[in-house]
Design a binder for this molecule. Structure first.
Ligand code: FES
Length: 107
């Protein structure tokens, strides 16, 4: 599946991410700046914060676990309605074409 990552300055990166990977690792593997993923995807750092593009929000959905919701509250950048932790989003064929925006900062 393809995922498009848009930096806070508007730079777009569209890459192929393997099914079953998560959106955070997709950015790291491809050297895309704007997502840190400091905890390695353990849902304990909030440095993989992204904003889901509105058109995709329904498919991606809100956080399913409380840990993510709580962590998001501590994210460095402003939390919006479409905020998610990208390590908690699994890339699937249903999400082919997904677009996420990176916040200005992860720290
Ligand atoms: Fe740490 Fe997502 S990588 S919470």
């Amino acid at each position: 599946p393809k995922v498009t990552y848009i930096e806070s300055n508007g730079t777009e990166h569209t890459v192929d991410v393997a099914e079953g990977e998560n959106v955070m690792r997709g950015a790291l593997y491809n050297g895309i700046p704007g997502i840190e993923g400091e905890c390695g995807g353990a849902c304990s750092c909030a440095t993989c914060h992204v904003y889901i593009a509105p058109a995709w929000w329904e498919k991606v959905g809100a956080p399913e676990n409380e840990a993510e919701t709580e962590l998001l509250e501590g994210a460095a950048a402003p939390v919006k309605a479409e905020s998610r932790l990208s390590c908690q989003i699994e890339v699937t064929s249903q999400l082919d074409g997904l677009v996420v925006h990176m916040p200005e900062t992860q720290y």
